[in-house]
Each structure stands twice: as C-alpha cells, then as structure tokens.
Design a protein around this ligand. Structure first.
Ligand code: BGC
Length: 754
C-alpha cells in the first residue's frame, strides 16, 4: 500500500493532533482498506496490542521506541513537523491508523512551554494536594488536567511525581506528595486515575530515588534494598496499584551505582516481575546511557534522545544490537506491546485526543478547591484567624501579593492564564522564568474588607513596617521559589524576608504570615507573629483560596504531608554540598557529592527519623489547626475478615463548621517498631455534629519487606495502633491486637497456613 507523504504532511501541519478516527478515515478513503482487528474494543488491551504488533514492520516498531523532543531549542534543534511543540513527539503512522503521539509535562497542570497560547489551568503544588489528605481532590485535579490536555491534542501526560520528600531543600518537593509512602502513593495514584479517566496515558515518576536535584544526572543514590522498598518504592508501588499509570518514567540518577534507566533490579525485577507492571518504562529526558543494556534491563522507550542523550540509543544502536543477537527480537515486540497496551487500556483508540473548547473558569474552581483544602494553618495565637467582623485596614506586604501568587519552576511550570503579572524576575531562563499566577491575594482580601487594603512590596523594610503600624492587621506574604535542577542549600527564606517579617511584627502585634514555599523553612520570628498559614504554591486561583481561608469562609483544613524541622541540624544530611543556583543569588558552595548515603535514614523518612532520633520538630507530620475544635469518643479496634480498622466518633465541639483529619498510626511488634501512618479520614462536620468514622489500616503498613521472598510479610504478634491528630499527638487509648503471620500485598494480607 502506497504511503502518502503529502497527505500526511498536510494533516500534520494543520497544527492539531490528528484524531485517530479522522486520520484512519481519511487514509482509508484514499487507500485500500486495511483490516484493523485491534480496533475491536471487546478484546483485552493485551490482545489488541498483540494484534497490532503482528501487523507492524520493524521500522514501525522502532518508531515507537523513541520520542523526539517536540519543541524548538535555541537554534540547535528544530521542532519536528507536526509536533505541538512540547516535551515529546512520535509521528503518526497512517498505514496503521495511528495518530501522532504528543507528550506534555503535566505535574500541576498542562505545562506547555511558556510560549504557547494563553496559558492553562495550574493546580496548586503537589504538596498542597497531598496536604488535603483527600484522594478525591487529587482525582478531580487529575481529571481536570486530563480533560484540558485531551482538548489540546495530547495523548501522554508526564505527571505523577511521587518521589519522597526526604529533605526540605530538594528543589522539586513541590511537584511531589510529601514524605509518607502511603499518603504520597494514595494521593498520586488518585491523580493518575483522574488523568487516565480522560483517556490520557499518565506516567508516574521519577523512578526511583531521585530525591535530590543537585548532580541528579550523575549521582548514585545508595540505599539498602529493604529500606528502598519500605520507603520510595512503596510510594511507587501504591501509586501504581491505585492509578494504573500507562507508563513509568525512570529517573536520571544511579541507584547503588547503576543508572535507573538501565537498572535490571529496578525495572525488570521489582517493577515488571514482582509488581507485574504491564505498561511501559519511558526514560527521563537525557537519562539513557546505552542501547542493549537499557533494553535488556527493562527500558521500553527512549525520550528525546536526539536532543538530550549522547546518541539516539533506541534507533541505530539498538537495531544493531538486535542484528548481532544481543537483544532478542521478542524483547522489541515486548517493548512495543507494552507501549500499545497502555493506549488501549485508557481507551485512547476509542476516544482520541481532539482539539475542543476548554472551560477555564470551571477548571480554575477545581484548582481553587484543592488549594483551599491544602492550605495548612500552622499557628493561630489568640484566635487571630479567621478575620471576622470589622477587620479594619489590612496591610498586605511582600511577594507581589498585590497581583499574584508564587509558582515553582522547571518543566512542570504552567504558563499562567493571561500571562504572568510580574515579569523579569530572576531567573528569566531555565529553570525559570519565574512566573506568578494571576490571582491577587490583595484584591481577594479587599473584596472581603470593603477595600480597606494597602500594599507594600517589602523591599523597603522601614516603609513596610510603617504601613503595618498604621494598619489594624498586617499580612506578610513570604515566598521561596524553587525548581527542578537545583536544591536550596539551607532552609532559610531567601533575601530579606526574615528581617521584613520581624520588623512588621514589631510594628504590629496582629501580624499574620502567609508562606508560599516549597515546604519547610526556618521561622526565627515565629513567636512574634500571631498566625502562620502554609499556602505552598497555591495555583490558578490561589489568591482567592488564601483569602477564603483567612476570612474563614472555609475551615483551615490542610495537614502537613511533611515534618517541619526546626533547622537543618535535625536532618539526616545537614548540608548538601553544591546546592544552589547563582541566577537567584544563591551560588552553589562546594563540590556536589556523587554518592548519597540514603542508608543514614533508610526507610525512616520524615516523622520516623524524628521518632527514632528523639527529635522534636517545629511542626509534626499531619499537623494543621482548624478554626473549630473536635472531641473524639473511645476508639474501637476491629477485625472484619482480616480488614483491620479503628472506629471512632468525632464531634465538632466548636461554633464553626470544620474538618477533622484523624490519623491512624501503627507500630509492629518486633523489628523496626517506629510508627507509621496506616490510614486516615477527612471528616467535615457542622457545629455540634457527630459522626462515626472508620479508618481502615492499610495492610502493607502492618508488614515489612522481605528481600528473600521479594514481597511483604506480616509477623505474628501484637500490633499497637494509635489514633492521632498528627504524628506526635495521640489520643490515649489502648488499641492493640494480636495478628497471625501473613503475606501481604498493597490490598490485602493472607495468613500463612502452618
Ligand atoms: C524532568 C521530567 C520531565 C521531562 C520532560 C525532565 O527534565 O525531570 O520530569 O517530564 O524533563 O520535560
């Protein structure tokens, strides 16, 4: 059958993703009809992939094994014809009716490069979504992104960041979901399921142990196998079990010396053999170092190798490796099969991405809800918040809060709708530009306060303090911009912000601080201010969300998905040599380490590290104040056919509607007996209302990883459960239960027969 290049070019240069149905129809009209048995939707994704693989030529198969960089790059790389100009592109294969595959970053919204269009809807930071402790909000956010992407013509979303927050200075924490593998896995799994409910393939990334950015493309993350399974890998295992992502993105770094994307243990053994993962592994951009070795270790697709790798390993070099017999042809078929089955599994063939109008106003509301649920009230002296009644003049100070809210940088950055209200802020080039979402906290406050607001930029500390002194309330917005590709060397708020807050607090006893940060920062001024809200990077309607929480239109209901250390001395690694970014005035000091010893804390990430070392954090994991108060009845521990749960009556004893987030922690009888989160509930209650809630314990949290069996094992013995309002504040109740030995999966434990 003749291939029609001109017809194809016309279709591709139309600048939209050719829809499968449309393309197939056009080609079929112009050429002899091709039997396409794989279009039979009653067959399983695997059966359909098998049929399609059988119909493919060797060239067609190889065309699926690599994407191209989809954008122009500084004169060195031209956007391929037909590409939408984003991170990844694979041309259409009209003979088979396969449309072009367009991939875009989508960690917190569709992150088309910043030059495109009018911008897309930004969700709040992943940490904010995690702070909601609400998988439904994560799912709704994922579905929103999936819908937008589908209506722009994208088929693959580079989303699902689930690396654990081992260190508050990691520049990418805001893209992830905190320090606890159960919380992170559940939240990110729900977000992935949301994306894929819109017929988009989502990744989960960056697999694995890419927990620091400094020297990320060369460093070796060294960690014991069991500790890895009980920490970062568990987060991936849960996110994959819950979300079924079509793809796993292997990371830049090495793990125990071997690069992630050619790591047989990580890809073949853990992911594909032990977890039975049926989808495909795609590389991060510039993470491939070999052809045969990578393919044999389990990498299925190389991303943008012509731009980021030394060579395009998965083209000529891999073809040669097959010709030489180093890689069996069956492995090539397996790679292609895995890629195709992921598209069948999400219904991409029946519901191809197609350009269509987007309801940005509705989508911004989805983002706003996530921000409102994720904002954490850390401190509230004398019930300074919420601002109610005649508030009087409010001074809004700092962080461009007159026009917008802060974002993080790097590939996940979403172009603000309407453009950034502040431009030219360093860094203006990668991993910037630093942009602000166009949602003004000041205006949102003014709308609730009869317009009685005034703004000071904070650059002139004396002027800001003067304004604060003349106002009833002072609200200082403090920001910390971080991004992919670097870590910050300290937990300090950058610039003069600590001095600014201290000066404002001296001038006005009613000072509230709103943090827009990548996570925990030092707060030398904490005792001098009345209130502190952590708003993370709050997304498209962030200003509105912050004001709604400040004024008590919604409860402050977020809870910390990370432990908040007092300072760096409490961290497993007090320094990160080489961290910093000269372009933002924090030049790196010292040589980056090429070996990171993660065995210092091992699986004791975050609150478990603090428990083991008897350290007292500034704020515990799970902490977050509400505007109301709650009482808890006597909790009851129950075992229903092997499902362990705690039931408790929760009562709102205050005068405002509010949200309680009781958390269930468990300590095993032997071995490592530190507590770990086993479950939680987010409970909305009106004043005076009571509800009986049941919190099921995640089976895998009662187990430990057994390296010899490649799986989870629960020891026989007495398990101690505790109900807490954070990882260090527990209700007094004796909740323990004897359990038999069992083997476990993420979903269930099966007692071992004697
Ligand atoms: C990032 C990935 C991203 C990719 C494509 C890499 O630098 O680590 O998260 O998906 O670029 O933009």
């Amino acid at each position: 059958m003749a291939f029609r290049p001109r017809l194809l070019r016309t279709l591709l240069t139309a600048g939209i993703a050719a829809s499968l149905a449309g393309l197939a129809g056009t080609v079929a009209a112009a050429e002899a009809p091709v039997a396409r048995p794989w279009m039979n939707a009653s067959l399983s994704p695997d059966q359909r992939a098998d049929l399609l693989v059988k119909a493919m030529t060797q060239d067609e198969k190889f065309r699926l094994l690599r994407s191209e960089y989809g954008a122009d790059f500084e004169g060195q790389h031209n956007k391929p014809a037909g590409s939408l100009g984003t991170a990844g592109f694979i041309p259409a294969m009209p003979r088979l009716g396969l449309p072009a595959i367009h991939e875009t970053d989508a960690g917190q919204g569709v992150a088309r490069p910043l030059l495109f269009g009018d911008g897309d809807t930004a969700l709040p930071a992943g940490l904010a979504v995690a702070a909601s402790f609400d998988p439904q909000v994560a799912h709704a956010g994922g579905a929103m992104i999936g819908r937008e992407a589908h209506r722009m013509g994208f088929a693959v979303l580079l989303a699902g960041g689930v690396n654990l927050a081992r260190d508050p200075r990691n520049g990418r924490n805001f893209e992830y979901a905190g320090e606890d593998p159960l919380l992170a896995g559940r939240i990110v799994g729900a977000a992935i399921a949301g994306i894929q409910s819109e017929h988009e393939v989502s990744t989960v990334k960056h697999y694995a142990m890419n927990d620091l950015e400094t020297a990320r493309t060369t460093l070796s993350a060294n960690i014991d196998e069991t500790a890895a399974h009980e920490s970062d890998l568990l987060a991936f295992e849960i996110a994959i079990a819950d979300g079924h992502p079509g793809s796993v993105m292997c990371s830049y770094n090495r793990i125990n010396s071997v690069y992630a994307c050619e790591n047989d243990w990580l890809l073949n053994q853990v992911l594909k053999r032990d977890w039975k993962y049926p989808g495909f592994v795609m590389s991060d951009w510039g993470a491939v170092h070999s052809a045969a070795k990578s393919a044999l270790a389990g990498l299925d697709q190389e991303s943008a190798g012509e731009r980021f790798d030394k060579e395009v390993y998965f083209d000529q070099p891999l073809r040669e490796a097959v010709a030489k017999g180093e890689v069996p042809p069956s492995r090539i078929d397996d790679m292609v099969h895995r890629i195709l089955r992921s598209f069948f599994a999400v219904g991409a063939f029946e519901h191809p991405a197609k350009v269509a109008p987007i309801d940005y106003a509705a989508d911004a509301k989805v983002s706003q809800r996530a921000a409102e649920e994720g904002i954490v009230l850390l401190r509230n002296q004398d019930h300074a918040l919420p601002l109610v009644g005649a508030v009087g003049q409010v001074a809004v100070i700092g962080s461009h809060a007159d026009v917008g809210v802060t974002t993080g940088g790097g590939s996940s950055g979403v172009k603000p709708r309407g453009g950034s209200p502040v431009t030219g802020v360093a860094p203006t080039a990668w991993p910037g530009p630093k942009v602000y979402q166009r949602s003004s906290p000041m205006q949102a406050i003014a709308r609730r306060n009869g317009g009685k607001v005034a703004y000071a930029s904070g650059e002139d500390i004396a002027a800001a303090a003067k304004l604060a002194a003349q106002s009833k309330v002072a609200i200082v917005f403090a920001e910390q911009w971080t991004a992919e590709s670097f870590d910050v060397p300290t937990m300090d708020l950058p610039g003069n912000q600590d001095a600014l807050i201290a000066a404002v607090a001296r001038a006005n006893p009613h000072t509230i601080v709103v943090l827009e940060t990548n996570g925990a920062v030092k707060m030398p001024w904490l005792d001098q201010v009345q209130g502190v809200l952590e708003a993370w990077y709050p997304g498209a309607n962030g200003g509105e969300a912050i004001a709604r929480v400040l004024f008590g239109e919604v409860d402050a209901s977020g809870r910390l998905p990370v432990t908040w250390p007092k300072d760096e001395s409490q961290l497993p690694r007090p320094t990160i040599p080489g961290a910093g970014l000269a372009a933002i005035g924090i030049p790196p000091q010292g040589q980056p380490q090429q070996d990171i010893d993660y065995d210092i804390e091992g699986a004791d990430v975050g609150y478990r590290w603090f428990e083991k070392r008897h350290l007292e954090p500034l704020f515990a994991f799970g902490h977050g104040l509400s505007y109301t108060t709650f009482a808890y009845g006597t909790p009851k521990l129950e075992n229903h056919d092997g499902t362990i749960s705690v039931s408790v009556r929760v009562t709102n004893t205050g005068k405002r509607a509010g949200v309680a987030v009781p958390q269930l922690y468990v300590a095993p009888p032997q071995g490592d007996t530190t507590h770990r989160l086993a479950g939680w509930q987010r409970v909305s209650l009106k004043p005076g209302e009571s509800r009986d809630v049941r919190i099921a314990a995640s089976p895998v949290r009662l187990a430990h990883y057994d390296a010899a069996r490649h799986g989870w094992v629960r020891d026989a013995g007495r398990y101690r459960f505790q109900l807490g309002t954070d990882a260090t504040s527990m209700l007094k109740a004796d909740l323990s239960m004897g359990l038999p030995a069992a083997t476990c999966t993420i979903e269930a434990c099966t007692p071992v027969a004697h």
